[in-house]
Structures are given as C-alpha cells and as structure tokens.
Write a protein of this length. Structure first.
Length: 97
C-alpha cells in the first residue's frame, strides 16, 4: 500500500481529545509493522533506521491484532476494490448444506 492509498497523514487527523499525545507517528509505526511482516524480520531485531523501540511496534501490532483490525482493514480494501471494478461490494456468503 503506497502513501497515496494509505490512511490520511497524521496532520490531517483531528487532534486527540485529552490524554498524552502519541510519542510516535502512527504512519511510522504502520510502516515498521509492514516492513517486519513483509521481510520476515524478527520483532526483537528491527533495522536500526526504524528509530522506534521494537516493544512499541510489537505492542501496537498485538493490540490491533487482538481488536481484529487487520481483518477489518482487508475487508474494507476488498470492498473498495470490488466497487472500483463495478462488482457487488459484499462477497457472496457460502450456502449451508
């Protein structure tokens, strides 16, 4: 997913209401997760140019995975692609037999 297809830049998002501001840009965390999962890098041995501690990157990944975020993201991307190709946005459900 390129920058043009990804989530809006951090500056385009509304500022969080209250609480401590995030220390790491969400975009950098997502890029780090994508790089680790795509290249098969070990969580505890990320490249030095990440600049984000591995525990932080893994923590985000674990929380998002527990919340089923990767499935929801893939479902949304699939829906957009099907609409772009002028197909039904929902996949047909398998019939029970």
């Amino acid at each position: 997913m390129g920058h043009a297809q990804g989530p809006p830049p951090d500056s385009a998002r509304p500022a969080p209401q209250g609480g401590t501001p995030e220390k790491w840009l969400r975009r950098r965390v997502v890029d780090a997760i994508r790089r680790i999962t795509d290249n098969g890098t070990k969580w505890r041995a990320p490249p030095a140019d990440f600049g984000i501690p591995w525990r932080t990157v893994f923590g985000y990944f674990a929380r998002w995975a527990k919340a089923d975020a990767p499935k929801r993201i893939l479902d949304q991307l699939r829906r957009r692609l099907r609409l772009r190709r002028r197909r039904c946005p929902q996949l047909p459900r398998p019939q029970r037999g």
